[in-house]
Design a protein around this ligand. Structure first.
Ligand SMILES: [Ca+2]
Length: 184
């Protein structure tokens, strides 16, 4: 071993010894006898209070390629949109006001019920559906599509206060953004 190499080895050993000592205890290490703050508690929400439902995408034509409404007037051929919320196979808990002749590509946000008899935006703790409908005067409404909001699955275990999720239907024709507040 040359003198230079010997010096280098000694220096490296000294550095290793110093850093090893540094791992053991540093001046900033917390005092183990001090009272530690309790760990952050992750709360479990009991549901979500829905504040608005926005239709961010809807199809301009039916799956058959037809206009939603039959009319001599171009504008009237557009769908008259409203949304309803329901647990599957149940009557709707909420039916919104209707937007007449909705323009393709625009976003429509629903916060109001159709009438006092159509409920209010509910709070949900379970899975429910949002149906996007086209109101037809004197006939059954047409369904443009529907999405499922699975409330428990949307929670990330992060004590979040805001709920903001966008859902797209299986046919990629309808997108619906749901905003609200987690309820704990
Ligand atoms: Ca129409």
């Amino acid at each position: 071993m040359t003198r230079f190499v010997r010096t280098a080895v000694l220096f490296a050993s000294a550095v290793f010894a110093l850093s090893a000592a540094g791992c053991g205890k540093s001046p900033t290490a917390p005092d183990p006898l001090a009272t530690e703050p309790p760990p952050a508690q992750v709360k479990t929400p009991v549901g979500v209070i829905v504040s608005s439902i926005s239709v961010t995408k809807f199809p301009s034509k039916t799956t058959d390629g037809k206009d939603w409404d039959i009319s001599l007037f171009t504008a009237d051929k557009r769908p008259d949109l409203y949304v309803s919320l329901a647990v599957p196979n149940s009557i709707p808990d909420y039916t919104s006001n209707t937007v007449t002749n909705a323009e393709f590509g625009k976003v429509y946000t629903f916060t109001k019920a159709a009438s006092v008899y159509d409920g209010s935006l509910p709070d949900y703790d379970t899975s429910h559906r949002i149906y996007l409908m086209d109101a037809d005067v004197g006939g059954d409404p047409d369904r443009l599509g529907w999405i499922t909001v699975n409330v428990p699955a949307a929670y990330n275990g992060d004590n979040a206060s805001a709920f903001d999720h966008t859902y797209t239907d299986s046919g990629n024709r309808v997108s619906i953004r749901v905003r609200g507040t987690w309820k704990y």
